[in-house]
Design a protein around this ligand. Structure first.
Ligand code: TXA
Ligand code: MG
Length: 309
């Protein structure tokens, strides 16, 4: 705890000086910077090699702070009270008087916002007088990091500090819902869309609309950098095989996300396993069919994009 406090202090010191700091969240680690500063947010794009047309998510610790920057509505309040803090990102209308840097939104009049649950990051956020813009802490199109070690692997010494918060509990990026007009899901995450529909008393759809550019929606993303073959039942000689159900035989080229089809566990281990296989220098990956239900849909969404070349 004492260590956490001194780490938070260090993160705060660097953020106040417009540097980027990696932060833990329950979904994946983020590469954070002062969302009100153009100098700080520009550094995020440079470090990630991310196109500036791709807007950032801004992280808050309290609803009151968000109200300085965004218009909130009833749908937001309903979902906020049910899911926040947690793995849900809202796209809302940006207020004219908001201090959010134009780099964050790429000049758009909407803003993606999230209230992370991780305690260390929550404490950091409430000690700052600005919110934190933070995309996933990976190089553009690569695998998202779920631990301090993963972030180090992505950026090496290029970032000054990684706030350690252990492994991300969920391991998949947040669900994104736009509440600007009719609510629609822009990116699948760990929250069941049916639950959201129930709370809003309306059937909410996952929209793959091309008009809204969500790179989670771009074709090639979340990639370990080697080919992935989906719906495989066995491995070819040069492949690592990812499984979700225990097999009788032992094979050192088998990698389990879960041994009993626990999809939550599979989601948590997905990026970690892909990263491990890549680091073991396999040339190819094969993966068993994942049931397309609940969080399985999100896993399949990420795998589909990761397998595009
Ligand atoms: O779980 C998460 O959401 C993690 C943690 C760190 O919070 N963050 C994350 O950020 O996944 P990123 O940048 O990797 O993905 C955010 C997505 C991007 O695809 C971006 O295009 C989209 O959100 N986005 C940001 N602002 C938007 C906006 N105003 N309208 C629509 N999409 C937006
Ligand atoms: Mg990302």
């Amino acid at each position: 705890m004492k260590k956490d406090l001194s780490n938070i202090k260090k993160a705060k010191y660097l953020l106040n000086k417009n540097h980027c700091v990696a932060i833990p969240t329950e979904t994946v680690y983020g590469l954070a910077a002062n969302a009100y500063s153009s100098k700080a947010t520009l550094r995020i794009f440079k470090l990630k090699k991310r196109p500036k047309t791709n807007p950032l998510i801004v992280h808050y610790s309290k609803m009151q702070d968000l109200e300085r920057d965004c218009e909130i509505n009833n749908n937001f309040k309903k979902l906020y009270s049910k899911f926040c803090p947690g793995p849900l990102t809202f796209v809302l209308k940006l207020k004219r008087k908001s201090k959010i840097s134009r780099n964050v939104t790429n000049g758009k009049r909407t803003l993606a916002v999230r209230f992370p649950k991780n305690l260390i990051t929550k404490n950091l956020l409430s000690s700052l007088d600005y919110p934190l813009a933070a995309p996933s802490a990976n190089i553009y199109t690569q695998l998202s990091p779920i631990s301090k070690r993963d972030v180090k692997e992505e950026f090496g010494k290029k970032i000054k500090f990684i706030l350690d918060g252990g492994s991300s509990e969920i391991g998949l990026e947040s669900t994104i819902i736009s509440l600007v007009n009719n609510p629609k899901i822009l990116r699948l995450g760990s929250i069941d869309v049916k639950k959201i529909s129930k709370i809003l008393k309306k059937k909410i759809k996952y929209s793959k609309s091309k008009k809204i550019s969500v790179p989670g929606q771009s074709k090639f993303h979340y990639s370990p950098g080697i080919p992935i073959r989906l719906n495989a039942s066995n491995r070819f000689l040069d492949e690592a095989l990812i499984l979700i159900k225990k097999r009788k035989n032992f094979d050192r080229d088998y990698f389990y996300l879960t041994k009993n089809q626990n999809l939550k566990e599979a989601g948590r281990k997905l990026y970690k396993t892909l990263r491990r296989i890549k680091n073991l220098k396999y040339k190819k990956i094969a993966i068993e069919k994942i049931p397309n239900i609940g969080i399985g849909q999100t896993i399949n969404d990420r795998l589909k994009r990761a397998s595009k070349r």
